[in-house]
Design a protein around this ligand. Structure first.
Ligand SMILES: Cc1ncc(COP(=O)(O)O)c(C=O)c1O
Length: 462
């Protein structure tokens, strides 16, 4: 048995490996979805009837492989990846050194539950080198929703209270507690007692300071709502600092720190759900860094293992006792393969300065998207940070009425023409791997804009 870890074979540049020349993309060989995709989807449907997100039904492609920012379907068509799975594969698909690290771990040790092992210690030390402030205590899980549950348990253990408040349009997962703080369309049914949602400070759709400059009235409403709903019974706030499912809503820079202050004033824990925004996705290691806040608990996932299912909570050192008494143990959390994925992902991101690349990509992308907005009657807002971006489609720029029919058609048209993405309805989510080159991003956006032109023609706007 070997105890020495083998060095990963990949010595090249992730940016070069992930990005073929933009002029070669996309490469469509058949219609999309092609015949093999349709057949594969039909076979899946026999056993998974309808139990997938709407976008799969709208464009039923079956994928075979991926490399970097390119996805290949079972008909041999190659797409520009504008989704990263679902905001997961930050460094691109099938990164050779992440794959090698996970593979090596699988040959050495599968599971020792909560006991220490070298990869777990190394993964925790690597994480501690990038998390803000004193967020230096970790527990690993496998799904984002589990991390949110874990964070909520820490808050309950700390405060001895039960209640949670979250925000309109937030998404935190589909298990009990996490679904309880998730907007209704995704949480399925009655909210568990002890949780409620308040309007968020999304400027484009804010109903409070319409027209005038933002005076953070929405944050005041949060405090009032706590008083009206469950005064003295609240354990915490659960918040997406930049929304994922709702399409890259970035808040006023004062809003998130104000929410954190409200938590402190009311004896509540501030839980930042950074499952989607963490790991460089927004052009900083964490969205907390943009707002200059150190949450009490941070939930991390998705890009953490670059595709390997691993998530975590990061907890402030002052809450160590609460973390311990929340009993966060699971069967698979912190297994050697998961930890190998974390170690290698962080190493690559640091050594190749990939967070900085994502920041630059985001600035460039938003510039292109703003230009695009000015050319179209149905593009109401473009927004985001880094590689968490979105385009909101409206029937009329003055009324801002959402235009989901246009969104679905743009989605299908662009997919047909070689952009693979995960979006549906009036908000087009654009979340490429953070390592995508500017040239390939521009090529993908061009395909999206062509689709918007086509849909505007279809609906009589031109
Ligand atoms: C912000 C946020 N929190 C939590 C989750 C849930 O993660 P998972 O699907 O891994 O359970 C998601 C998933 O999209 C998310 O975007």
């Amino acid at each position: 048995m070997t105890t020495e870890r083998q060095p990963a074979p990949f010595t090249g540049s992730t940016l070069e490996w992930a990005n073929p020349p933009a002029s070669t993309l996309p490469r469509m060989k058949t219609e999309s979805p092609g015949p093999r995709s349709r057949d594969m989807h039909a076979r899946m449907e026999r056993h998974q009837r309808g139990s997938y997100t709407a976008m799969v039904g709208l464009h039923p492609v079956a994928f075979e492989s991926g490399q970097g920012v390119v996805l290949r379907d079972v008909d041999g068509n190659e797409y520009i990846d504008f989704s990263s799975g679902i905001v997961v594969t930050n460094l691109g698909h099938a990164h050779p050194s992440v794959a090698a690290a996970v593979g090596q771990a699988a040959t050495e040790l599968d599971n020792v539950h909560d006991f220490a092992h070298p990869r777990k210690v190394e993964a925790m030390e690597a994480l501690a080198s990038i998390t803000p402030g004193d967020l230096k205590l970790f527990t690993f899980f496998c799904a984002g929703t589990e991390a949110v549950e874990g964070a909520m348990r820490v808050a309950r253990a700390k405060t001895g209270k039960h209640g949670f408040v979250s925000f309109f349009n937030d998404y935190h997962g589909r298990t009990g507690g996490a679904a309880g703080v998730t907007a209704a369309q995704a949480s399925n049914g009655l909210r568990p007692s002890g949780s409620f949602l308040v309007p968020s400070g999304h400027a484009y759709r804010c109903t409070m300071c319409t027209g005038g400059p933002c005076d953070l009235r929405c944050a005041g409403l949060l405090e009032q709502s706590i008083g009206q709903n469950m005064p003295g019974q609240m354990a915490g706030v659960v918040m997406e600092l930049i929304t994922n499912g709702n399409g890259a809503t970035v808040y006023d820079e004062r809003y998130v720190p104000t929410v954190a202050e409200i938590c402190q004033r009311n004896g509540m824990m501030f839980i930042a759900d950074e499952v989607a925004t963490g790991f460089g996705r927004t052009g900083a290691w964490f969205a907390s860094d943009h707002y200059g806040v150190v949450p009490d608990v941070m939930c991390i996932g998705k890009g953490l293992g670059n595709g390997f299912p691993v998530t975590a909570i990061a907890v402030r050192e002052e809450h160590a006792e609460a973390l311990a008494s929340s009993f966060p143990s699971t069967s698979y959390g912190g297994n050697p393969m998961a930890c190998a994925a974390i170690i290698e992902t962080i190493r690559l991101m640091k050594e190749e300065r990939l967070v900085e690349h994502c920041h630059d990509l985001g600035e460039y992308a938003l510039g292109l998207m703003r230009d695009m907005q000015s050319r179209h009657k149905i593009v109401g807002e473009v927004r985001g940070k880094g590689a968490l971006l979105a385009v909101e489609l409206v029937k009329d720029k003055a009324t801002r009425e959402p235009f989901p029919q246009a969104g679905n058609l743009v989605y299908q048209t662009a997919f047909r023409n070689g952009v693979s993405w995960a979006t549906a309805g009036h908000i087009l989510r654009i979340t490429p791997p953070i390592v995508m080159s500017k040239e390939i991003f521009a090529r993908g956006l061009e395909i999206v804009e062509d689709a918007i032109y086509e849909v505007e023609r279809e609906f009589g706007y031109t």
